[in-house]
Design a protein around this ligand. Structure first.
Ligand SMILES: CC/C=C\CC(=O)SCCNC(=O)CCNC(=O)[C@H](O)C(C)(C)COP(=O)(O)OP(=O)(O)OC[C@H]1O[C@@H](n2cnc3c(N)ncnc32)[C@H](O)[C@@H]1OP(=O)(O)O
Length: 718
């Protein structure tokens, strides 16, 4: 709703009231229509201030409404009426003015912002464009280049930057509404024509066409298949080229295409999925709202390899006190230098002082005696990690949470090395840990709700999107990756090339195909794991070389490793590079003839494989494992899996994550294709459709937000 009052004798005050962010729901829009009418028809009112309750101006359109039939008055005519008003309208911006919220403010004649406010047009992140006049007014106000930057990235700006750009007229440290009322009193009765942004021409620019071409090219590259950023450029171009009314028509037209697109649905799903994962629950009944985290001020990081360094940086940047331990003096000194460099570069980017003093460097594990929480990040070796946990159990003060950064190992085995298994959880960071947003927080069967809640809270504090997951080999992300990689290997055996597989995946929207990723992260990583599992041992030639434990196995990755081809670091892998450490992959004739010989040796007759088969085999196998994870209760819901893939594995955001994507493709189709491929490859268990997928299809393939009900039923029957 919107509340109306008259203050200081002649100022009408309209307050948006719709917690938590005063989104422009149908009720709020109707409230604005009613209160604006009241203010304009009251002869005692000479000017009007619009603000939001609880220190928040407005978070934009109510995103929840997009999924249903929109009702209530539309926003565009409301903003037109405000701009056309014959009394000065002043926006008092506290907290945030985002999307429709900023568009509402741009319809006002004046804007005052609190110094701590943030403003932006983030519609592009929801698969939309600012279609309440934002794409037409912003370039007229601040010029085409700055508007393009804000609208195509959706980034928020501070009040100071907004002032510098000319988005707001005034920034204040005092009570924003008081300052806005003062301004409203001072401008009452003054002419308004020059304050109506829709009447402006965009500030002139020479070479407008080349500018748009250059921007479009950049945006296309960055968007990798996303349609909203392209539409944003087209809308701003209309602002630059057309009169306002025609520009608005173009804005409407472009929005209509975006609004009904699958991409917008996916991005809006992902917005709510991100928020849903913070409301975690476990099969044993622990929940986010009944578990109290303990405050964490001092954290230890054990092991200063690549992961440990990134974790230490992320913690220090969030203002935590960090105690690092690396037993070898030489490695410790090298790490100190590297970490300091990372902190300095990060601080320079943010324009702050580097938090160098937040970190201490130690070679003795006794240094962690008084920390609140430890993150073990030593080499991925169970025996070594067990030893560290035994030591921690002795050294740490009672009550210290003990976390491991393992990416796949059994968290419960580590917990059993300590006297306090209830205080042990996994905190699986993704490399580079100071950059990547994802954190899998892994609870074992004995982890206490408080330990889980504390790790989740710490994740949030350091800016991570944290997802609580159960304990199993590879947890959620890496467990699903296994069938995906396996299919890619099989496709090579059957006739595909790394180039073909990668192209198909990149056209789907991944920034890098699986073989390029493998070269980047190092083929030896998977080789070590397979060797540990007793899989990667050289076998006899013939069929037995391609069967392990009764299932199909491809030794291709092992064979490359035996040749010392570890990927980028050795200059050779699935591709070749100009030198060891080179970054630019190019097709490798050696690999192609090796593959040819390999196929001949194993009696494999290559066949033509198209992009569709690559996508279906790789992605549906991954999705099938996602369903198994839900079936096993390792992830609480599809949102958890999707958020993990969006933030940790480069899944294209406009496809909403693998489980949402399965729903978009249609669960019956996914089931049908898996059945087809399983029939063709009965020695590949990952292709066998799992029970939950069958159950969902049998229940009429409900939309993704209804899957939890089917999962619950399935669990109750097991
Ligand atoms: C013609 C079309 C016109 C206009 C188009 C638009 O305006 S599209 C919408 C543009 N606005 C946005 O994209 C803002 C989205 N929201 C955010 O970025 C953040 O929520 C925000 C506002 C910066 C606040 O962040 P914070 O971390 O403080 O809180 P959180 O994100 O957890 O949000 C709190 C709850 O508010 C719900 N919510 C936020 N924004 C909206 C919204 N625009 N519509 C509906 N609901 C919104 C969010 O889901 C959280 O709900 P909860 O139930 O507590 O999980």
């Amino acid at each position: 709703m919107a509340q109306y009052s008259r203050i200081s004798g002649s100022v009408g005050l309209i307050t948006l009231k719709s917690p938590p962010v005063n989104a422009l729901s149908a009720v709020v829009r109707q409230g604005i229509v009613d209160t604006v009418e009241k203010a304009l028809s009251d002869p005692k009112v000479k000017s009007v201030v619009i603000c939001g309750q609880n220190g928040i101006f407005c978070g934009g359109a109510d995103i929840k409404e997009f999924a249903g039939n929109m009702s209530g008055p539309p926003l565009v005519p409301i903003i037109h009426a405000i701009e056309a008003a014959n009394k000065p309208m002043v926006a008092a911006i506290e907290g945030i003015a985002l999307g429709g919220g900023l568009e509402l403010a741009l319809g006002c004649h004046y804007r005052v912002a609190h110094a701590k406010a943030r403003l932006g047009l983030p519609e592009v992140t929801l698969g939309l464009l600012p279609a309440a006049g934002g794409s037409q007014r912003l370039p007229r106000l601040i010029g085409v280049p700055a508007a393009l930057d804000l609208i195509t990235t959706g980034r928020h700006v501070t009040a100071a930057e907004a002032l510098q750009l000319g988005i707001v007229d005034q920034v204040t440290d005092h009570k924003t509404v008081d300052v806005a009322v003062k301004l409203a009193l001072s401008v009452a009765g003054k002419p308004l024509d020059a304050r109506r942004i829709s009447t402006y021409l965009c500030p002139p620019l020479s070479a407008l066409d080349p500018l748009f071409e250059e921007v479009m090219q950049k945006v296309r590259q960055r968007a990798r298949g996303a349609i909203a950023p392209i539409a944003c450029v087209q809308a701003v171009r209309a602002a630059a080229a057309l009169p306002y009314a025609q520009g608005m028509e173009r804005e409407k037209e472009l929005m209509a295409t975006l609004f009904t697109s699958g991409q917008a649905r996916a991005l809006q799903y992902s917005f709510f999925a991100q928020r849903a994962v913070s409301k975690w629950s476990t099969p044993s009944g622990a929940r986010w709202d009944t578990s109290t985290p303990r405050p964490v001020h001092k954290v230890a990081v054990i092991g200063l390899g690549t992961m440990g360094r990134g974790i230490a940086v992320a913690l220090a940047q969030a203002g935590l006190s960090v105690v690092t331990v690396e037993p070898q003096e030489k490695q410790l000194m090298e790490a100190k230098q590297a970490v300091s460099g990372m902190l300095e570069r990060g601080a320079k980017k943010r324009g702050v002082a580097p938090p160098l003093n937040n970190i201490t460097y130690n070679s003795n594990i006794q240094a962690v005696a008084d920390v609140d929480l430890v993150i073990e990040a030593v080499f991925e070796d169970m025996a070594l990690k067990k030893k560290v946990f035994q030591q921690l159990s002795v050294v740490c003060k009672p009550g210290t949470f003990l976390c491991t950064n393992t990416s796949a190992l059994d968290v419960d085995q580590l917990a059993s090395q300590t006297r306090t298994p209830e205080l042990v959880v996994g905190m699986h960071f993704f490399a580079p840990a100071n950059v990547m947003k994802l954190l899998e927080v892994v609870y074992g069967p004995r982890s206490s709700p408080q330990a889980l809640a504390t790790a989740m809270q710490l994740g949030k504090k350091i800016g991570k999107v944290s997802v609580a997951v159960g304990n199993c080999r590879g947890f959620v992300g890496n467990r699903m990756l296994k069938p995906y990689i396996e299919q890619a290997f099989f496709l090579l055996e059957e006739g595909a090339t790394p180039e073909l597989v990668d192209r198909a995946l990149e056209e789907f929207g991944f920034s890098m195909g699986i073989f390029k990723v493998s070269d980047l992260s190092g083929l030896d990583v998977g080789w070590r794991v397979r060797k540990g599992d007793g899989l990667a041992e050289p076998r006899a030639t013939g069929q037995s070389a391609r069967i392990r434990e009764g299932r199909r196995y491809s030794p291709l990755g092992d064979l490359l490793c035996e040749q010392g081809r570890f990927g980028q670091k050795t200059g050779r892998g699935w591709y070749q590079y100009s030198k060891p450490g080179g970054r630019e992959p190019s097709s490798d004739p050696w690999f192609h003839s090796f593959l040819k010989e390999y196929r001949a040796k194993h009696g494999l007759v290559p066949r033509a494989i198209d992009h569709q088969e690559v996508l279906e085999r790789c992605l549906y196998a991954l999705i099938n494992e996602g369903f198994r994870i839900l079936e096993d209760g390792i992830a609480a819901g599809p949102e958890d899996i999707d958020v993990i893939y969006l933030f940790g594995y480069g899944w294209p955001s406009y496809r909403g994550g693998p489980m949402f994507y399965a729903g978009m493709v249609g669960l019956p189709k996914v089931l049908d294709r898996l059945e087809h491929y399983y029939q063709a490859h009965p020695d590949v268990p990952y292709l066998q459709p799992c029970t939950l997928l069958r159950r969902l299809v049998a229940s009429g393939s409900p939309p993704v937000h209804k899957w939890r009900e089917v999962i619950k039923k399935l669990h109750s029957q097991l």
